[in-house]
Design a protein around this ligand. Sequence first.
Ligand SMILES: Cc1ncc(COP(=O)(O)O)c(C=O)c1O
Length: 408
Amino acid sequence: MANPDREGELARLVRSHERWRAKSVFNLLPSENALSPTARKYLGSDLAGRYTLPHAAPEGEPGSTNDYGGTRFTDAIERVGNEAAARLFHGRYATTRPLSGHLAAMSALVPLLPRGAKILAIPPQRGGYDGYAPGYLPAMFGWVVRPLPAEGPGGSVDAVAAIEEIRKERPSAVLLGQSLFLFPYPLREIAEEAHARGSLVLYDASHVLGLIAGGQFQDPLREGADVLFGSTHKSFPGPQGGLLVTDREDLFRQIDPALTWRVFDNAHWNRIAALAQTLLELERFGPAYARTVVENAQALGGALEERGLRMVAAGSGFTRSHQVHVERAALAHDRQLLPSTLARRWERSRLITDLIGRLGTAEVARLGLTPSDMPKLAELLVRAGLRNERVASEVLRWRRTYRTLAFT
Ligand SMILES: Cc1ncc(COP(=O)(O)O)c(C=O)c1O
């Protein structure tokens, strides 16, 4: 087929995606969010094709220099973002360069942990991140990973059990953070024990970064984490990418110079401008946004449970994050009804989730939904999921009443 046909097909696919995912569904994926119009504009700006590589000037020359010309605005844009990240997450040193949450994790772990280092991390079966399972990052970099105990509803971490494990295993680092992430950690207690034994405390905030920015969930660096890093597009409503913040100069001096040529070469400056914009917007709107997201999640959990879906952590208020989880057997009397079946039925009704039973409330909060809307949303989810009704046209009518984003 001739190339212009392919281009036409591509244009139609992109337009169709935009109409579908950005305008015609309620997105309940906890890993996603909606970008502010200004951040979107910066993503499509000239910065998208530029390089910059600032570094200290050669011996004998004053100040700093750059291997590329034409970078006077790029470098200033990076400073705006780094300074905003440092303010929001309460550390003195920040970088917005990591291209993703996974690469932000590598940016911290690779320079800080030598081959053979032992890490305590929450296993994927308890909601931990797959990337920290033995076959992935630990296999690539020669680390030994041991399970940090996470139990009870939603894989929460108990201080006594965590401290016992730190005493027993004497790890080089305690690596916190989960993909299924409902409750904050007893971080002060964990950090006190870890630091007394010379272990680092590393906090993967990928899922809860937007909540932390808004003063919800917990304040990792002030509660004892040595380094915080994560994705900037899950509860944090920025472009896909990552960031890293620490209050420890000694650690940043190891991490920062190791970014370029180890984890990546050029960073993506359009993304960094969009991220800087989101950080600045969250300085203004973060507290109201994060409060609404968490209240929505708690209200949604309650409204679904009342309507017959079995929800994780029902006895503990469901969640303190942007996620709630459907139990693996979603109905007590129908053990065949799995979250994956629900997700397929929901998608037919324009309600987008993942196949592992997580429902996230960050993007709907950006659209303007509040806790008082959660019973209506739960009713639609139950009709589509449990009763297998097609509610797509009702969802579409409701979705079309939200035309702009809140908290931007
Ligand atoms: C806890 C955790 N860390 C890291 C990542 C990787 O993030 P990214 O997709 O931004 O690389 C994920 C992805 O879902 C995650 O859940």
